[in-house]
Design a protein around this ligand. Structure first.
Ligand SMILES: Nc1ncnc2c1ncn2[C@@H]1O[C@H](COP(=O)(O)OP(=O)(O)OP(=O)(O)O)[C@@H](O)[C@H]1O
Length: 295
């Protein structure tokens, strides 16, 4: 087995998945609770996260039940069972489309003192759950909070809607940067954010891409260190419509690059390069005018 194989397998083991756990009557008002888990996370760990997230009574004993087809037989997971591994055995259709009739899901159940499972009335629970789902769809109840993904490649269900929702969700939390692999998406906040001070310069110095929250400094840092290691010029492409923040992003890149090369920072190279910006933009405008006039 090559070193790459080991690394690849470890990355796979470390990948995060979202489990949708339906607490039913245990947490009134919650249709399902998204829990982030790894392939090796046990049912006991998932339940711990659920207890914290839903603020459930810690004195009670809970179990996870896997159900295949709504109202079907429930399979109680042992504390050491790994829910993600079980979920991976579900048919693809069941993972992608919950209305397909193949309704595979995890339920949270309370365990009675005698070890038996407290089911409540399944029928009434089904009715309430369905009713809540309809209310959420119509906007009468808030959408359950979704985990946001700092790399769109990690979205479990990738389509235009989930992609935009993820970006919107992050933007609301003032997270304007999101990766798509090694590409960085920036959404112009049109206001100052305190994420460009020396603390951030230091934090992103020589870091591994993806380890920290996405940032323009991370891109500058990767390019800078790739240049030093490979001894080759590097190129960062910035594209976007007018007013999207290309000039600002360029300034932040130059700021970080000159900060990394301490020499450039101290000798005022940053100001010289930044000063050249308006001149180059002016030349570009003249060029556009000439093209428009057919000169
Ligand atoms: N990261 C940011 N943080 C805060 N404000 C920003 C950021 N990026 C852009 N802005 C705001 O958006 C405005 C427009 O950005 P900018 O001039 O960089 O756009 P541009 O893409 O270069 O536009 P053009 O293509 O027309 O030159 C800036 O003046 C600034 O107010």
């Amino acid at each position: 087995m090559s070193v790459n194989d080991v690394g690849g397998r470890r990355r796979f083991e470390d990948s995060e998945y979202t489990l949708h756990i339906y607490p039913g009557s245990i947490a009134e008002g919650t249709i399902y609770c998204p829990i982030t888990a790894r392939k090796t996370s046990t049912a006991a760990e998932v339940i711990d996260s659920l207890i914290n997230k839903l603020q459930l009574e810690k004195t009670k004993c809970y179990v996870l039940a896997e159900v295949k087809e709504f109202g079907g037989e429930e399979w109680i997971l042992n504390p050491t069972d790994c829910p993600v591994q079980r979920m991976m055995l579900w048919p693809r259709m069941a993972l992608e489309n919950r209305t397909s009739g193949e309704d595979y899901r995890f339920l949270l159940r309370e365990k009675n003192l005698d070890g038996s499972i407290h089911y409540g009335s399944l029928q009434s629970w089904l009715r309430v759950t369905e009713e809540r789902r309809r209310m959420v769809e119509r906007g009468f109840l808030p959408q359950p909070q979704q985990k946001d993904y700092d790399d769109l490649c990690g979205l479990p269900d990738l389509n235009e809607k989930t992609l935009l929702e993820n970006l919107r969700n992050r933007f609301k939390q003032e997270k304007i940067y999101t990766y798509v692999g090694s590409i960085l998406i920036v959404i112009n906040p049109f206001k100052f954010l305190p994420i460009y001070n020396p603390k951030y310069v230091k934090m992103y110095d020589n870091h591994q891409l993806g380890k920290l929250e996405p940032h323009i400094y991370a891109v500058a840092d990767v390019a800078y260190h790739a240049m030093l290691q490979r001894r080759k010029n590097q190129c960062i492409v910035i594209s976007g419509e007018s007013g999207s923040g290309k000039t600002q992003s360029t300034n932040f890149l130059i700021h970080h690059l000159t900060a990394l090369s301490q020499k450039g920072f101290a000798s005022g190279v940053e100001q010289i390069i930044l000063g050249a910006g308006p001149v180059l933009e002016g030349l570009w405008d003249i060029q556009i005018d000439c093209i428009d006039d057919g000169i």
